[in-house]
Design a protein around this ligand. Sequence first.
Ligand code: SDX
Length: 375
Amino acid sequence: MSTDIHRGLAGVVVDTTAISTVISETNSLTYGGYPVQDLAASRTWEEVAYLLWHGDLPDAGQLADFRAAERAQRGLDRAGAELLARLPATCHPMDVLRTAVSYLGAQDPTEDDADPAANYAKSLSLFAKLPTVVALDVRRRRGLDPLQPDPALSYAENFFHLCFGAVPPADVVRAFEITMILYAEHSFNASTFTARVITSTLSDLYSAVTGAIGALKGPLHGGANEAVMDMLAEIDDPARAEQWLDRALAEKRRIMGFGHRVYKNGDSRVPIMQAALDQLVSAHGDARIRRTADLYGRLQRAMLARKGIHPNLDYPSALAYHLMGFDTPAFTPIFVMSRITGWTAHVTEQLHANVLIRPLGAYTGPRQRPVPAGA
Ligand code: SDX
């Protein structure tokens, strides 16, 4: 009997979801039916986070309550801050984030409840605290003490304050919000599916998020945005772009920030992010940034010409984060700050699905055989 094997689950539909979808006719990603390009053009990050959890945009009162609840929960207790500060400075920032989520879970007396209503409170708490954790680690690696969250500032403004002790111009803050909106949710990607598998056993939300962080860390997934910046730094000279690419492709290397399992004619989120990046470069780009932007463009054109492969969201977002002043190792943790909304929305949806995820494998090992007599 021949068995249809779908390696990597490519093209396999494993369940329904009402959170997001890509409209193939227009190649546009929609959250709860709203195109992300429209959300990115007109809504704040807090409104989009609310939408992912509640299925619709908040009215003025709901938004005010949501903002107040988020701002009230940004703090990390002293024991948590000390635990993270004691982690080796050489460990990856995603390991710090994974540890922080485990710590917060261990602290939560309701940790083991796989209860949709309790999950919203946990999700909002993680949403509010993750910027504090990421910024603590950004400053730790720079030899700086952590700063305290400022409840007078918006989510995005507060993150810049926590990292750098200052809020940049409004266009930079808005570009950051746009990255948050674009990174938030993307249906059954590897890290979200990891969270769903863990949830399907009725394990807890913190375990699901910890697993998802582990999945996102990989360079084939979220870790690509960090790898893009490392790649641009390695090439350095725009005149070397084509030559570098030809050698990398000859060595069968995966070019970070390019290609996608679902989008084969271009990631729907890239045009929006590219426009935000272009604005940042023209308004704030010094000679060094403009040189890197030149290299960035040459590499993208060469990749399309040679392999017909388009960039994914990680390509423009990497250069945008670099321009905003974030250190490269912080790029994927920043992705987590956004994707915590999509992950936890899927955790709740999986709980309602109420089905254990347990696929099959086609066996190729030795046929049944007798155990030899003992030596
Ligand atoms: C994210 O799923 C999501 O939604 C993820 C994400 C999200 O929002 O959650 O969008 C975020 O993870 C984006 C992807 C970030 N990863 C990278 O940028 C890493 C580089 N990308 C590749 O590793 C690759 O494109 C994948 C893993 C993303 C997708 O690969 P697929 O769909 O499994 O395609 P494939 O590996 O079968 O490749 C098909 C062909 C192969 O050539 P052949 O062996 O058939 O000759 O295209 C080639 C691949 O070698 N190819 C690439 C390439 N991507 C595909 N060759 C060089 N560089 C690449 N980046």
